[in-house]
Structure formats: structure tokens, C-alpha cells
Design a protein around this ligand. Structure first.
Ligand code: PCA
Length: 209
């Protein structure tokens, strides 16, 4: 049976909720046929996440890994195409660490491309009426680090065989709060639509390979 690891993140910065943690909890309620599914929430910590991820990979040896993260301020589901070998944090992580222009892996390749079926997922989600884009930057924060490390271990160890990263927007209840507290006009996407998107991404990834 194929093994699939799906990860989200704990909250970070000013936000009390991370939609991806909520999505991971929701996926725990579901049945997936023909697949052994592992669901994990990662720390928003540049230093801890590498060890966390490596231990998960060594234990599970997943065939596929789909990593989810919040990109507050983006309006649609973002299928990330590329991860770069740099950490340049706009805000400190949850351990109050803020690397500036540091490599993730000394002497690692400059970048890796997603090995998920990026275009197929894009078309599938758009056909289902879910606003989706391909993004050419996963940022320079912990999400980019996780995508880079996942592709790096895939390259060096062979597992996960296929991996990539998906950014999701805020939930509506999060931006309502920001409208009233901060006067910020921000886009959002409902839990139902985000969950539907993640379910389709899982399905497409499994049937593509
Ligand atoms: N988003 C952050 C890190 C954790 C998360 O959910 C990012 O985009 O890097």
C-alpha cells in the first residue's frame, strides 16, 4: 500500500489559527482507500523542523508528501512550483529565531522544483470552481524551508518519491478579525473550499503516479 504524508503547520506570528492545522485535523476524520495516510503538524521553527521532518521521513519512508502552509494575504490556493536554498525571515519564527540570507543546506543546490503534478492539480481545481494559481515563490520563511528539505531528502534518500507544497489563504473568520482590529482588507477562503481543494490534490497526486 502506498504511503502518503500530509503536513500542516502550527500557528505563528500574530495569528492564533493556522488553517492548515485545522485541515490536518479534519483529514483525520476521513477514510482513504488504497493509501496509508500520515497526518502531522509541523513546528514553525527553522531549526526544529529539519530534524522533525527527517525523523518522520526515516520512520514512514513515504511515497508521497504533500506539505500545506498558510500564506495570509493570498486570495487562492497556491500550488508552489519551486523551493530555494535560502532563509530570509520577515518575522521571527516561534523560537524567536530570524535568519537573514542563510542557506538551508550548505552547498545544497540553489533550488528544487516540485515533483507533484502541478499543472494537473491546477486544472483540476479550477475545473471544480476553486480559485487556484501556480506560485513561483514559496517565500523565504519556514514553508519554503520545508519544501526545500522535502525535495532535498527526496533527491538524496529517495523518499518521499514525490513531494511539493501548497499554500492556502486565511479563513474568513480570521480576516473579519483583521478588518475590525486593524482595518486590513484581506482575502480569504472558506474551510469547506480549502478542504475540498486538499482532497482533490491528494486524489490527483495518488492517481498520477
Ligand atoms: N506559513 C509560513 C510558515 C508556516 C505557515 O503556515 C510560511 O509561509 O512560510
Amino acid at each position: 500500500m502506498k504511503k502518503l504524508l500530509v503536513t500542516g503547520f502550527e500557528p505563528f506570528g500574530e495569528d492564533k489559527i493556522n488553517p492548515t492545522q485545522v485541515l490536518i485535523n479534519a483529514l483525520k476524520e476521513e477514510k482513504f482507500e488504497c493509501t496509508q495516510i500520515y497526518l502531522e503538524v509541523l513546528p514553525v521553527s527553522f531549526k526544529k523542523v529539519n530534524k522533525f521532518l527527517k525523523e518522520l521521513f526515516d520512520k514512514i519512508k513515504p511515497d508521497y508528501a504533500i506539505h500545506l502552509g498558510l500564506a495570509g494575504g493570498r486570495s487562492g490556493i497556491s500550488i508552489e512550483r519551486v523551493a530555494v536554498n535560502i532563509m530570509d525571515a520577515r518575522i521571527p519564527d516561534n523560537d524567536n529565531f530570524q535568519p537573514i540570507d542563510e542557506p538551508i543546506i550548505e552547498d545544497g543546490p540553489s533550488a528544487y522544483f516540485s515533483t507533484l503534478p502541478v499543472k494537473e492539480v491546477l486544472y483540476e481545481l479550477r475545473n471544480k470552481g476553486i480559485p487556484t494559481v501556480i506560485s513561483n515563490s514559496a517565500g523565504l520563511y519556514v514553508c519554503n524551508e520545508v519544501m526545500y528539505l522535502s525535495l532535498y531528502y527526496s533527491d538524496k534518500l529517495g523518499y518521499p518519491a514525490k513531494t511539493g507544497f501548497i499554500h492556502v489563504p486565511y479563513f474568513p473568520e480570521q480576516v473579519v478579525q483583521k478588518f475590525s482590529d486593524l482595518g486590513q482588507n484581506l482575502p480569504s477562503m472558506s474551510f469547506d473550499l480549502q478542504l475540498k481543494a486538499v482532497q482533490f490534490i491528494i486524489k490527483k497526486t495518488l492517481e498520477k503516479h
